[in-house]
Structure formats: structure tokens, C-alpha cells
Design a protein around this ligand. Structure first.
Ligand code: URA
Length: 234
């Protein structure tokens, strides 16, 4: 049960004081009855605004095909972000919608967005070893020697003290490869290739666990069921 004015504000409908005015104006019903107490504790599923049920009251889980040029951070000084692709009301939600891990500004592809923070923690925890598949093009011809180097679990990244976990490299053509990681360190793909003398020119994430992009265009997203990864409590 949640307080009515707080519920509407947290779902991005309006400010808390506007919510109070909405209730007073008769725009909000609870179980079909006009609400008259903005402080009442209600079940989100019982509430309608202007006759429509509430917008995703239990949370949101989205799969986005991130385009190049957008960041996953909410910090305005880091530039335009992926949240600008979402409807306004979702951008005003509290807890806010955030990405599950991050893709760099210059990386495209599959990223999950959610306002369910336990899910973010679960899916980004190294313990869970979610496989992420990246497709990279590089500035020089790839040698087969890289396959055992990435698979060994001994590759050190500059400035780090722990080697990377074993990673699976599949060479697709002379300068293109698919790399499967179970970790998510900062700029990991670019730094792994850099540790072997190659510069990544383009990077795209094609898969996250069992999920792929299907036919989603860059900048488009689709909703996933909230129990996609098992039950999640807020
Ligand atoms: N590795 C990178 O270097 N960049 C990303 O965006 C993701 C993984």
C-alpha cells in the first residue's frame, strides 16, 4: 500500500502538490470511487487517473538498442543520454530508470534499463556471470594466438591487479571478432584488445545472457516482463 499523492508523484505523473490538486479535482479514482483523500494508503492496481489505470506501477524493465553518441549516465555534463529516448513520464519516475551496467558513448547495442534496483545489483554482480556478447572491429589483423590469451584467465588490464576472467574470442574475419565476457569492467573490451596491441574501432553488444536485439532498430526499445530474471522485490 502506498500513499496516493506520493504514488502519483513517484510514477512521474506530476509533483506531489499537483497530485493533491488532481485528487481534489476528482480526476483520480480508487476502486472506481472518486478519491477524496490524497493521503490515503492505496493499492496501485486500484487507482485510475482520468479513467486510465496507472502506468507500470510495479516497475519497468526495458531492452534498448543503444545508438552511438548517447551515454548511460544521468549526469548532464556527460552529454545526451539514453534516457532522453524514453517517454517524459518515465523520465520523471522515482526511483529513476537506470541502466544495468553501462555501454560507452561510442558503443552501440543491447542495454537493459530498469527502475528495479535489486535487479541492477543482481545482474551486474560478478557472482552471477551473465554472458555478454560483443562484436568488435579492430585496426589490425587478428591472430589466432589471441584466442588462448583471452581464454586463459590471466590477461592483465593496465592499472589493475586482478586478471580478467576467461573470455571467449571468435574471430569472424581478419579485423572483426566476437568476444563473450562474464564481467563488466570499465571499457573492458577496448582495454583487453589494447593489452594485446589492437585498437577497437567499432563496438556493438549483441547479447546479454539469453537476450538478443531481434529486429529492434537503433534507439528503439521493447518491454520485458518484470520476472524475466526471476522474481524481484523492490
Ligand atoms: N567494453 C567496452 O570497452 N565498452 C563498452 O561499452 C562495453 C564493454
Amino acid at each position: 500500500m502506498r500513499r496516493l499523492d506520493q504514488l502519483l508523484a513517484n510514477l512521474g505523473y506530476c509533483s506531489r502538490s499537483e497530485a493533491r490538486d488532481w485528487v481534489k479535482s476528482g480526476a483520480v479514482t480508487v476502486r472506481g470511487e472518486e478519491a477524496d483523500d490524497f493521503g490515503a494508503r492505496v493499492n496501485a492496481a486500484d487507482v485510475c487517473v482520468d479513467g486510465a489505470p496507472l502506468d507500470h506501477p510495479d516497475g519497468l524493465l526495458l531492452l534498448l538498442n543503444k545508438p552511438l553518441g548517447l551515454v548511460c549516465s544521468h549526469e548532464a555534463r556527460e552529454g545526451p543520454n539514453v534516457y532522453s529516448l524514453l517517454p517524459e513520464r518515465w523520465r520523471r519516475r522515482n526511483p529513476q530508470i537506470t541502466s544495468v551496467g553501462r555501454l560507452d558513448k561510442d558503443t552501440s547495442g543491447l542495454i537493459l534499463l530498469t527502475d528495479l534496483s535489486p535487479l541492477v545489483h543482481r545482474l551486474t554482480s560478478p557472482k552471477h556471470k551473465v554472458a555478454k556478447v560483443y562484436r568488435a572491429t579492430v585496426d589490425r589483423d587478428l591472430s589466432d594466438d589471441l584466442i588462448p590469451r583471452f581464454a586463459a584467465g590471466t590477461l592483465m588490464l593496465e592499472g589493475e591487479t586482478e586478471p580478467c576472467a576467461p573470455a571467449d574470442l571468435r574471430i569472424i574475419s581478419s579485423r572483426e571478432a566476437e568476444l563473450t565476457l562474464t564481467e563488466g569492467r570499465y571499457h573492458q573490451v577496448r582495454r583487453m584488445f589494447a593489452a594485446c596491441g589492437a585498437t577497437v574501432l567499432t563496438l556493438h553488444r549483441a547479447r546479454f545472457g539469453e537476450l538478443d536485439l531481434g529486429d529492434l532498430a537503433p534507439g528503439a526499445w521493447r518491454e520485458l516482463p518484470l520476472d524475466q530474471f526471476g522474481s524481484v522485490a523492490r
